[in-house]
Ligand binder design. Structure first.
Ligand SMILES: C[S@@+](CC[C@H](N)C(=O)[O-])C[C@H]1O[C@@H](n2cnc3c(N)ncnc32)[C@H](O)[C@@H]1O
Length: 170
């Protein structure tokens, strides 16, 4: 059964569809609300969720049991900052994972290790207001470019929700 998913995740899935990922790594996936919808939209793709929370792990396994069974979805229960090996993903996604602006140097370096080269990374962040949105934009722009080539910020005008693509080049 597909559960209704929040607008930010719908938006992320729309933005992702243009890149046609083969293997999507969702950093800070939570319970993996995007997983089934993504796999349905991309019939040949696979999905990895990565989250350090045991609650997320258990919910992910319940919610996406059929996709795990089918071999199309998997879950890594760990801190993404500690990852040393590539997941092999060609596209990374992180929605509301605040490490990217509270600890940007380590977060972008970890994302670089986790993704194959070349790859794309899509960050989505719901800020509580315009000032915070600007600050987050500045931080990810400044620190992301050490490892990635940032694209323009895409603003969803209904809320202070922003998206930004980063390209990782070999
Ligand atoms: C605000 S929730 C967002 C969950 C999901 N992306 C969404 O939009 O519904 C942030 C998630 O990131 C995970 N997270 C935060 N920092 C993490 C880290 N360093 N390593 C792994 N997971 C992390 C949390 O456990 C949590 O599930």
């Amino acid at each position: 059964m597909d559960r209704s998913i929040p607008t930010r995740i719908e938006w992320a899935l729309d933005l992702l569809s243009g890149k046609r990922p083969e293997l999507l790594l969702e950093i800070g996936s939570g319970p993996g609300l995007a997983c089934r919808r993504f796999l349905r939209q991309h019939g040949r793709a696979n999905y990895i969720g990565l989250d350090r929370s045991a609650v997320s792990r258990d919910k992910f396994r319940n919610l996406n049991a059929d996709m795990i069974e089918a071999g199309r979805a998997s879950f890594v229960h760990d801190d993404f900052l500690d990852q040393t090996k590539s997941s092999g993903a060609d596209v990374g996604l992180a929605i509301n994972v605040n490490a990217f602006w509270t600890n940007p140097v380590k977060s972008f370096a970890a994302a670089k290790r986790l993704l194959m080269q070349p790859a794309f990374l899509l960050l989505i962040y719901e800020a509580p207001g315009p000032e915070k949105a600007k600050e987050i934009c500045r931080l990810v722009d400044e620190f992301g470019r050490a490892d990635f080539k940032p694209g323009p910020a895409i603003q969803n005008l209904d809320a202070w929700t922003l998206a930004r693509w980063f390209r990782l080049v070999a």
